[in-house]
Design a protein around this ligand. Structure first.
Ligand SMILES: Cc1cc2nc3c(=O)[nH]c(=O)nc-3n(C[C@H](O)[C@H](O)[C@H](O)COP(=O)(O)O)c2cc1C
Length: 367
């Protein structure tokens, strides 16, 4: 029987335990979407996680949808991320970067040249984002032309190359939560009539092309994918057949031999039973076709749930989001069953050290 606290090897990565820090956007990047020095401290404090998945990071200027989220496409960003990865490695941790393109969940004021954000569709999402002037409704997008999609794939590939230059142990492609790749996957959003719309094989095409490009760049054993088959986040309506959609994705990814699949069960940060979906059946299909791949679960896990899901073999890794924000030493706290610090929700997005690097550990970090 495996324990949450046992080491595990996934792909090329040897992890000290099965506890993962989930990707968490904190909107504290400096000018030009460069991670700040505070991020170095923040991630180093959390390096006892078996694996850290960084906050979502834009693959291009066009991929940005929120104020002060970092990028992973410029020289300056690479240099700043290098300080983060070195600090995590110095403490014995492992860190992959989450590659992000928000698609239509953006605002013209966050886009280069103030133009419309891009998506699979020209229909605006019903939602808000955070801009220089506060919360604002997301802007009406422009549907990407078919001949522009190779450029999107190339942007992912470029960002993956930047990630390796920055010293990341690998990458997680953000295919979840109603952002660009999810905007192509779901028939509730994708209204295209080209080779990237309509039947499942077409809607999954961009994601598969991105995964092929990214694995070619960084290696399969350092690449993972995050999905959220039923989350309603960011005005992502339910797909008409999410099971068939994600069965297809899993089948098509099999030749790529990914290191892990990261699955958000239910509504991201909300109800785990938001819509019927047999995650265990999806896991069995994944394990049959990807014997080397780790199954990472997330969403509302507490200590006992995480211990049980690993012990039962229904997951290889458990990602914790909010608990890692408030508890830099979450692994130690889970190990000794110590109480967790409460989350200060008003300090999640934007600002400085407060609510970011000032959460206490049981013992001084590094002691
Ligand atoms: C402040 C905050 C920021 C988040 N940022 C991201 C992100 O950048 N990428 C992503 O895939 N999910 C993001 N999420 C979702 C979390 O990774 C996670 O799925 C969610 O919090 C549920 O896990 P938990 O119950 O352990 O917190 C974010 C959630 C929160 C609360």
């Amino acid at each position: 029987m495996s324990s949450l606290f046992d080491p595990i090897r996934i792909g090329e990565l040897a992890l000290a335990n099965r506890i993962v820090m989930a990707p968490l956007t904190r909107n504290r990047a400096a000018a030009r979407q460069v991670p700040s020095d505070l991020a170095v401290t923040y991630y180093a404090q959390r390096a006892s996680a078996g694996l850290i998945v960084s906050e979502a990071s834009q693959i291009s200027a066009e991929g940005q949808g929120y104020l002060d989220s970092p990028g992973i496409y410029s020289r300056e960003q690479v240099a700043a991320w290098k300080k983060v990865t070195e600090a995590v490695h110095a403490r014995g941790g492992k860190i992959v970067v989450q590659l992000w393109h928000v698609g239509r969940i953006s605002h013209v004021s966050l886009q280069p040249g103030g133009i419309a954000p891009v998506s699979s569709t020209a229909r605006r999402a019903n939602g808000k984002t955070f801009t220089r002037d506060g919360f604002a409704p997301v802007s009406e997008p422009r549907a990407l032309r078919t001949d522009e999609l190779p450029r999107i794939v190339a942007d992912y590939r470029h960002a993956a190359r930047c990630a390796m230059e920055a010293g990341f142990d690998g990458v997680e492609v953000h295919g979840a939560n109603g952002y660009l790749l999810d905007q192509f996957l779901r028939d509730s959003i994708n209204d295209r009539d080209d080779d990237y719309g309509g039947p499942i094989a077409n809607r999954a095409r961009l994601l598969i092309e991105v995964m092929e490009a990214v694995t070619a760049e960084v290696g399969s054993g350092r690449t993972g994918l995050r999905i959220s088959p039923v989350t309603p986040s960011n005005d992502a309506g339910q797909d008409s057949d999410p099971r068939a959609l994600f069965d297809h994705v899993i089948d098509r990814l099999a030749p790529l031999k990914l290191a892990f699949l990261h699955v958000i069960e239910g509504a991201t940060g909300g109800a785990r039973d938001i819509a019927p979906f047999d995650f265990e059946a999806l896991r069995r299909r994944f394990k049959a076709l990807h014997p080397q791949g780790a199954w990472m679960v997330n969403n509302g896990y507490h200590r006992q749930m995480a211990i049980d899901v690993i012990a039962s073999g229904r997951a290889d890794l458990v990602a914790f989001g909010r608990p890692f924000i408030a508890n830099p030493d979450l692994v130690q706290r889970l190990r000794v069953d110590a109480p967790l610090n409460p989350l200060r929700t008003s300090l999640l997005y934007g600002g400085g050290a407060e609510g970011y690097t000032d959460y206490p550990s049981l013992e001084p970090v590094g002691a």
